[in-house]
Design a protein around this ligand. Structure first.
Ligand SMILES: [Zn+2]
Ligand SMILES: [Zn+2]
Length: 132
């Protein structure tokens, strides 16, 4: 199991990373939500994720995405879909994300022009093919 938390530490979670899909997202919604030029994610089935302390508030940012943030410090922590199938965890909130290196870049159509990432991972103009 891996663990993570928000900035203030009130909201803590743990998850089983087995089968996780990992990627960068360059979309403008993630930029606005995080305040960062790019975000990195691990997506797992919801059954592998558990909040262990604190509570999250939610904001539904689109018809298929609900964003969860700490109700105390506001950290952007994870995302779910309305069907409850999967959880996307912001890798910056994971205590040790070493084992979860991103394997692709989604939404490079929104990538900030001065951001150069010198890797050879697959890139998709919009959603990665495994996203719906
Ligand atoms: Zn917090
Ligand atoms: Zn995004």
């Amino acid at each position: 199991m891996l663990t993570g938390q928000c900035l203030c530490g009130a909201l803590r979670f743990r998850f089983d990373p087995k089968g996780a899909v990992t990627d960068y997202c360059h979309c403008k919604m993630c930029q606005r939500w995080s305040g960062a030029p790019v975000t990195a994610w691990a997506q797992i089935p919801e059954s592998q994720f558990e909040i262990t302390s604190g509570s999250a508030r939610t904001y539904q940012s689109s018809s298929r995405g609900i964003r969860h943030f700490c109700d105390r410090c506001g950290s952007a922590v994870f995302m779910t879909d309305p069907a409850g199938d999967s959880v996307g965890i912001m890798l910056g909130t994971v205590d040790d994300p070493t084992s979860l290196a991103p394997t692709g870049h989604g939404w490079v159509s929104d990538q900030v022009k001065w951001l150069k990432i010198d890797d050879h991972l697959p890139r998709w103009e919009r959603d990665a093919p495994y996203d719906r």
